[in-house]
Design a protein around this ligand. Structure first.
Ligand SMILES: Cc1ncc(COP(=O)(O)O)c(C=O)c1O
Length: 377
């Protein structure tokens, strides 16, 4: 099997699975318990938090473990907008966000907030001029993803933050689910206030992730109960998942330059290959994340190609795994105004460092064969 669907999820590193098992076996106490066993388990939890805080260069009491990207995005959108609503009720979200941001935004707009959407250009990159026009004195939050999950387009976060800082008092949240561990992500340098990371996209475990904030930034909780996770996320903290998340974050940050180089080499090779087909159009812009390459075959349904590739042992997906079981056309492709001839045939290849150059060569053979059968190309 050749697995090119790593933006949907990645295979967990065996070291991370081993960590999860070991913590479950040895430190299964409730970290809030007063006895020594609870105390030791809590120490492990806090060490995990500190390790992440050190990598993100933020105080450890600003790192909250969550159930993943969706929860972290919800916590950021509702939590920041509500905490700072005394500054205003205007929220800006990009038109190409993941549904966990878009739907949270929709819900906010029924709760007294005015939510507006930042358009993108044909490359799927937000328009900074539009951001400048849309910002208002009462803008309280701007949420833009770092890398788009459907196209790999890298968003100009640093430029965005300087415009937002220069023109408003709004807070900035980035969804870094598709960038962290795939390229260098410096939370401090990007000059944003909140960042979402999901473990299962970086070879960690499903159902875990985090939201980190900068020093002095606060969020309103969205889960209420016993006040765990520093009052921000009630419910007994799953220490094995938290420790596994810290391990995934550490492993994803180590040798990042080498990871980027390897991923870039593989996807650049795929891009050159795909461009030799006259009916193939690359959808990913040149400035894309190193692990994602999205393309389309003219007048061909994506599902037909996915099934044909699957028969040959190659697993890929339509542009987003979350919506690929739905018939709806992707909101990202619509926002990019992809032509009718291409919009239904969009395929996303998403790689990880577990993939090899040999698999790229095998993919080329399979793709040539499949195109020959389907399209006679
Ligand atoms: C950009 C982006 N944000 C958020 C999520 C949601 O993450 P999770 O699956 O951990 O809830 C995804 C997952 O597909 C994603 O690609």
């Amino acid at each position: 099997m050749i697995y090119f669907d790593n933006s949907a999820t990645t295979k967990a590193h065996s070291e991370i699975i081993n960590t999860f098992v070991a913590v479950n076996e040895k430190f299964w106490a409730n970290p809030a318990s007063i006895h020594e066993f609870g105390h030791h388990t809590n120490e492990l939890l806090e060490t995990a938090r500190e390790q992440i805080a050190e990598i993100l260069q933020t105080p450890s009491d600003k790192v909250y473990f969550t159930s993943g990207g969706t929860e972290s995005n919800n916590l950021a959108i509702f939590g920041l907008a509500n905490k700072y609503k005394y500054r205003g009720n205007h929220v800006l979200i990009s038109a190409i966000e993941h549904p966990s941001v878009l739907e949270a935004g929709k819900r906010l707009s029924t709760q007294g907030f005015k939510v507006e959407y930042i358009p993108v250009n044909k490359d799927g990159v937000i328009s900074l001029e539009e951001v400048e026009k849309l910002l208002r004195d009462d803008t309280v939050l701007v949420s833009v993803m770092h890398v788009n999950n459907e196209t790999g387009a890298i968003q100009p976060i640093k430029e965005l933050s300087s415009i937002v800082r220069g023109n408003s008092r709004a807070l900035i949240h980035i969804d870094a689910v598709q960038s962290f561990g795939k390229m260098k992500v410096n939370f401090d340098e990007l000059d944003v206030d909140a960042i979402t990371i999901s473990s299962h996209k970086i070879h960690g475990l499903k159902g875990s992730g985090l939201l980190a904030l900068k020093k002095f930034i606060e969020v309103e909780p969205i889960l209420f109960g016993g006040g765990q996770e520093l009052g921000i996320r009630s419910g007994t903290t799953p220490v094995p998942l938290a420790v596994s998340t810290a391990k995934a974050v550490r492993m994803a940050s180590q040798n990042i330059e080498d990871h980027v180089e390897k991923l870039q080499k593989m996807t650049n090779d795929l891009a050159s290959f795909l461009q030799t087909f006259s009916i193939v159009k690359l959808i990913s812009p040149e400035n894309r994340a190193p692990h994602i390459l999205t393309f389309s075959v003219r007048k061909l349904k994506g599902e037909v190609l996915i099934n044909a590739l699957q028969k040959e042992g190659v697993l890929v997906s339509t542009s987003s795994a979350c919506s690929s079981r739905q018939i709806k056309t992707s909101h990202v492709l619509k926002a990019m105004h992809i032509e009718d001839d291409y919009i239904k045939g969009v395929i996303r290849l998403s790689l990880s460092t577990m993939n090899t150059l040999d698999e790229i060569q095998q993919f080329k053979k399979v793709f040539r064969h499949v195109m020959n059968v389907i399209k006679g190309e």
